[in-house]
Design a protein around this ligand. Structure first.
Ligand SMILES: Nc1nc2c(c(=O)[nH]1)N[C@H]1C(S)=C(S)[C@@H](COP(=O)(O)OP(=O)(O)OC[C@H]3O[C@@H](n4cnc5c(=O)[nH]c(N)nc54)[C@H](O)[C@@H]3O)O[C@H]1N2
Ligand SMILES: Nc1nc2c(c(=O)[nH]1)N[C@H]1C(S)=C(S)[C@@H](COP(=O)(O)OP(=O)(O)OC[C@H]3O[C@@H](n4cnc5c(=O)[nH]c(N)nc54)[C@H](O)[C@@H]3O)O[C@H]1N2
Ligand SMILES: [Mo]
Length: 764
């Protein structure tokens, strides 16, 4: 029933463009989801698999981190893109040793990420020996020996880098950081460094914890929800249902985005008959903001709120909350009253009337939630921008109250859990001390490398071994040419993966591919079925159980891989009971319960009906564990992004048919792009002003402060609704344009949403 992998690669000359769609989801979404699933898995496996996504005894969707409802769950608790994520993993196509014998590395390096991923699931551990042209099979034990020998041969444990992508479950993450710290380094970069690090940094400084303060049920109680820098129709489709419920209950929704994203403008809920036929407009107001204008927006709104307070004293500022729970209000107020609204208009591209309308809604709302994602975090001043959001909410007393709060919407399905479990290059002393006393090890205290620091270290020869627990490091990171050279300079690269990707073909002197089970796969250890646990974007922790028969008996679970490698690396006398952990994941959870804050009684609590919610002092008790013991108002100098003459500011974003570097297909249906990905969306007047015509091919040339230039070739110009001076194109094709040193202040996150470029006609 299922179809074979495509043999042809992307043909960018086949791109077609149609007008963007005015509503998301609906019947087409259901059809596309099922077609894709049946193509990859066949009918029976599709039926069996999709029925278990996000159900209480099923598995957690490997798509996004949006939470499941706490009450009634519908029979189909997934979305089109969740179904694609599942189909991508549960596919019956395989990449076998014969495949690697047929395709040299040289050939695979010419293939697109789309083609590589579509070939299917990896089935056997493979090695690329120094100088070899092809990967060849290797036994698991020999692979572990090779890694252990190389690690032991390093001059210092800090010469190794251990990356994690956010699919990794809590049990693996906990053991993986334990292995890395037992080995002697904190070099634990993760995808979060490129994702919500700015949110974590800002929230920790403002409210004392780097996680969102709302629960899924708060959506039904909100008066006002602002969605800034996020495209939920594509990246968190189930969030549209929550926004729909909020609207049914009378809430207003404001979208803040340079692009009129389809899901926010219109939504047909495929889960209800009513939704399929009628549909609703999600956003009551759309603020089409300039790239990087959000800090100005939130500062401008603060000024308008103070003016509203002057007109009706005691009605806008929540004095009781501010006095009891916050620090730094006076300086903040002084600073905000001086904000120049003319500059705000210029920075945001919004009118005084739009600002006033938004301020009025904020002043009237008794319960406000602000949601955000990559449009805010991947900006140079992303941390300060998120602090301004928090300031506004604090001023109105909107934290630790039903229907209100901060809501960073996470990406990878367990990226938040990985951090809770210790995947961070600078875990606090309390965590390291608890780890040491539980296991009798000596965790290093020197901070490790985050993602950008790891690339610099690999580039400069200070690190020589790269180990990837999932993900696709070379394609997800900025400055592709630099990063690829850095990886090629390694002595050893190891990738624990489910599918083939570019990080397998851009490799060190020796390279290993270790194939692993995914979320959907049945995990049996010594005859006993195992389960793992995950944490969603709203701190809910629950079990996930895969049930599909793995495509190969050579696959090992991530937990098994970590434990077996640790046994080889540390020998049988190590104080950590690696072998017991491999056999019985309950034993890992018991250790988690003793080490990780908020996880007491973990084994019992993850088995409760909806799992359990981790503690969050601001949400639960208006308690703020910051430097001042109160919620901190932050004072930031207004920063925004003027467009240099003759240039554009480019944001790099996701199409509807991809999951980060995994390309499911070649359509960005809602934006009207079909059969290709090398397009650049530009305002029609900018296209004309630069002397180009719609559909022409251009090179995108990025310009960096040190005078260096980076270029990608042959992108088709598509006229699109975006502010003048702003442009958009897909990630990862545009990652070569993002300079490694172009990072957000304080969070070190690559600035993927603000790259200064010029356009040049592509020469034939
Ligand atoms: N199907 C699917 N689901 C996914 C993913 C996927 O690739 N595919 N990825 C997952 C991951 S890891 C993540 S982090 C999330 C990402 O979820 P999103 O953050 O929604 O992802 P992006 O495609 O990067 O979209 C960024 C959005 O911010 C807007 N934006 C860009 N710059 C600015 C700005 O300066 N200001 C404002 N206000 N808006 C701006 C863009 O127009 C766009 O709508 O999704 C997760 N879910
Ligand atoms: N220019 C630009 N760059 C960006 C971004 C952007 O918006 N613009 N977004 C950034 C963001 S938000 C993120 S989160 C990163 C994403 O960075 P990563 O997390 O590194 O990238 P993914 O594409 O999600 O990784 C996909 C690979 O993970 C492997 N995989 C999938 N499931 C499993 C599993 O269960 N176990 C294991 N071991 N492996 C598995 C597969 O082999 C697959 O090829 O990219 C960042 N890079
Ligand atoms: Mo992400």
């Amino acid at each position: 029933m299922h179809r074979d992998a495509p043999t042809r690669d992307i043909d960018e000359t086949q791109v077609t463009v149609t007008p963007p769609k005015d509503s998301a989801a609906g019947v087409t979404a259901v059809t596309v989801a099922l077609e894709r699933a049946v193509e990859e898995m066949g009918l029976i496996r599709t039926a069996r698999t999709l029925a278990r996504v996000n159900q209480r005894h099923g598995f957690d969707c490997p798509g996004c981190a949006w939470p499941e409802p706490t009450g009634h769950r519908r029979p189909a608790e997934f979305c089109e893109n969740g179904a694609k994520a599942v189909a991508e993993e549960a596919t019956l196509r395989t990449v076998t040793p014969e495949f690697f014998a047929d395709h040299s590395i040289e050939e695979l390096a010419t293939r697109s990420g789309y083609w590589l991923g579509q070939q299917g699931r990896l089935t056997h551990p493979m090695v690329l020996r120094p100088g070899a042209t092809h990967y060849s099979p290797i036994g698991w034990d020999e692979a572990y020996r090779l890694i252990a020998d190389t690690l032991r041969g390093l001059a210092s444990p800090d010469e190794a880098v251990f990356y994690t992508s956010g699919r990794t479950a809590n049990e693996t993450a906990f053991l993986y950081q334990l292995l890395v710290r037992s080995f002697g380094t904190n070099n634990l970069p993760d995808c979060s460094n490129m994702c919500h690090e700015s949110s974590g940094t800002a929230l920790t400084s403002s409210i004392g914890i780097g996680k969102g303060s709302v629960s899924i049920d708060d959506f039904a109680r909100a008066d006002l929800i602002i969605v800034a820098g996020q495209n939920p129709g594509t990246n968190h489709p189930r969030m549209l249902s929550a926004l729909g419920t909020a609207k049914d209950n009378g809430a207003k929704v404001i979208a803040v985005n340079p692009l009129p994203e389809t899901g926010l403008m219109g939504f047909r809920d495929p889960q209800t008959i009513k939704g399929l036929t009628t549909g609703i407009t999600i956003a009551d107001d759309f603020l089409q903001i300039r790239l990087g204008g959000d800090m100005a927006l939130f500062q401008g709104l603060a000024r308008l709120l103070f003016e509203a307070e002057d007109r009706a004293p005691g009605t806008v500022v929540d004095r009781a909350f501010v006095d009891a729970h916050t620090a730094g209000f006076a300086e903040y107020e002084k600073h905000m009253r001086a904000v120049d609204l003319g500059v705000v208009e210029q920075a945001t591209g919004l009118t005084r009337e739009q600002l006033a309308r938004t301020a009025r809604l904020l002043a009237e709302s008794r319960a406000t939630i602000v949601c955000w994602a990559m449009g805010l975090t991947q900006q140079r001043h992303g941390v300060a921008t998120i602090e301004e959001i928090t300031n506004l909410l604090l001023l109105r007393g909107m934290i630790g109250k039903p229907g209100a709060g901060v809501c960073p919407v996470r990406g990878h399905s367990n990226v938040q859990g990985d951090r809770t479990m210790g995947i961070w290059e600078k875990m606090p002393e309390t965590f390291l001390a608890a780890l040491d006393s539980e296991f009798g090890i000596n965790s290093p205290r020197r901070h490790g490398y985050d993602t950008v620091a790891a690339i610099r270290a690999l580039r400069d020869g200070r690190a020589k071994v790269f180990f990837g627990m999932g993900g696709n490091f070379v394609s997800a990171t900025p400055d592709t040419e630099v990063t690829e050279a850095a990886l090629r300079g390694c002595e050893l690269t190891v990738q624990v993966s489910t599918k083939l990707n570019r990080s397998h073909v851009v490799h060190g002197r020796t390279a290993l591919i270790l194939p692993t089970l995914g979320r959907t796969d049945l995990d049996v250890q010594d005859g006993v079925k195992q389960q793992v646990s995950v944490e969603d974007s709203m701190s809910m922790v629950h079990l996930s159980t895969g049930r599909l028969t793995p495509v190969s008996d050579q696959l090992r679970s991530e937990v098994a891989i970590v434990c077996e490698l640790a046994r080889e690396l540390f020998g049988p006398d190590h104080p950590v009971p690696w072998e017991r952990f491999r056999r019985d994941y309950d034993a890992i959870r018991d250790a988690i319960a003793r080490v990780v804050p908020g996880c007491a009684d973990y084994n019992r609590k993850v088995r409760e009906r909806n799992g359990f919610q981790l503690p969050h002092p601001p949400r639960d008790a208006r308690e703020f564990r910051t430097s001042t013991g109160k919620a901190n108002f932050a004072v930031n100098e207004l920063t925004w992004l003027p467009v240099p003459p003759g240039r554009l500011i480019l944001q790099t974003l996701r199409s509807h048919d991809q999951y980060n570097t995994t390309i499911y297909g070649l359509d960005d249906r809602y934006r009207g792009i079909h059969n290709g990905r090398k397009v650049v969306l530009v305002h029609p007047e900018d296209i004309a002003a630069f002397g180009f015509a719609e559909g022409e091919l251009v090179d995108l040339v990025s310009e960096w402060t040190d005078g260096s230039e980076r270029r990608v070739h042959g992108f088709r110009l598509v006229p699109y609704s975006t502010p003048r001076g702003n442009a958009a194109a897909y990630y990862p094709e545009t990652n070569p344009l993002v300079p490694l040193d172009h990072v957000a202040e304080r969070s070190n996150t690559p600035v993927s949403k603000a790259v200064t470029i010029r356009l040049e006609r592509t020469s034939a």
